[in-house]
Write a protein that binds this ligand. Structure first.
Ligand code: ATR
Length: 273
């Protein structure tokens, strides 16, 4: 029987994961299927259990089920535990293994695809929701000179700084406190781009040679990336590479083979344009 995988979410019709995994499978000559599963908002666990009973080997999880997926896992990696969210479940020997590949996906996109080192850099992350929580450990593991989390609701940024204090040097602040500071890497992890909004960053925070990275992907520049462009950031990137890299890490977990990501990124860019 061909191994079955799926992405579970609500909504799910927009998910590009089936295309990405089909391309990985073709490229690595792995026999598998990868489908979209729409779970009712109150029926995540039932949907997943049904899939497992039909022989499903693993699922990716997207909005709004990453917390529930964490609760469903019988074993968790350290990065999933700290992210407090799971985007990859593997079903094996009666166990449910939970992992989170979002952060490593972001780091690989920046360090390998964009060839932009994080080590020794001043890193600023905008936002303090689930998306940001998911990427902090892999960012800290790169040993940046500093990692600052900024949020409109400062207490949420402070909570994250406290939760990750044992993992590295991490600070929290509000947007006004950024006045007069500069950063080498600024990552937008807020949901502002969804509403075509710009987080209230002051002018002048993009250091010379800096990278502006938006974790959202879009066919044009997001308001945040437009600001980076105006402020002469040396490099602008959206989250398409992160999307493909987090999928590649899930593929590695499931199949033991690391797929090549660059061609899939090119393909996806064409599909989305
Ligand atoms: P996600 O799971 O995508 O992280 P979330 O947990 O709802 O979603 O978090 C959304 C994040 O985007 C929050 O940090 C939010 O800031 P607040 O906590 O202060 O609300 C941030 N956010 C959303 N729209 C924003 C905007 N226009 N400017 C700045 N921050 C914004």
């Amino acid at each position: 029987m061909t191994d079955r995988y799926a992405v579970v979410g609500n909504p799910i019709s927009h998910s590009q994961s089936p295309l990405i995994h089909a391309e990985f499978a073709r490229q690595t000559s792995q026999k598998l299927t990868y489908e979209r599963l729409l779970a009712p908002l109150d029926g995540f666990a039932t949907t997943v259990q049904q899939f497992v009973s039909e022989g499903g080997k693993g699922v990716n999880i997207t909005i709004p089920f990453k917390l529930e997926a964490r609760q469903m896992a019988t074993q968790l990696t350290e990065r999933a535990r700290l992210a407090d969210a799971v985007n990859t479940l593997t079903f094996k020997d009666g166990e449910i293994f939970g992992d989170n590949t979002d952060g490593i996906g972001l780091v690989r996109d920046i360090v390998q695809n964009l060839d932009f080192a994080i080590a020794g850099k001043r890193v600023l992350v905008l936002g303090a929701g689930g998306a940001v929580r998911g990427v902090l450990l892999p960012l800290l593991e790169q040993n940046p000179a500093s990692l600052t989390v900024v949020n409109r609701t400062v207490s949420k940024a402070q909570d994250l700084a406290t939760a990750f204090a044992a993992q590295g040097k991490i600070e929290a602040c509000g947007y006004e406190a950024l006045n007069g500071q500069q950063f080498d890497i600024i990552i937008n992890g807020t949901s502002s781009s969804l509403n075509d909004e710009l987080p209230p960053i002051p002018n002048g925070i993009f250091a010379e040679g800096s990278l502006a990275y938006d974790m959202m992907y879009s066919s044009g520049l997001t308001p945040f990336l437009r600001r980076g462009q105006q402020e002469n950031a040396a490099m602008l990137a959206d989250g398409l590479g992160m999307l493909v890299e987090q999928a590649a890490e899930a593929f590695l977990i499931w199949r033991g083979v690391m797929p090549e990501t660059r061609t899939v990124m090119g393909l996806l860019r064409e599909v989305l344009s």
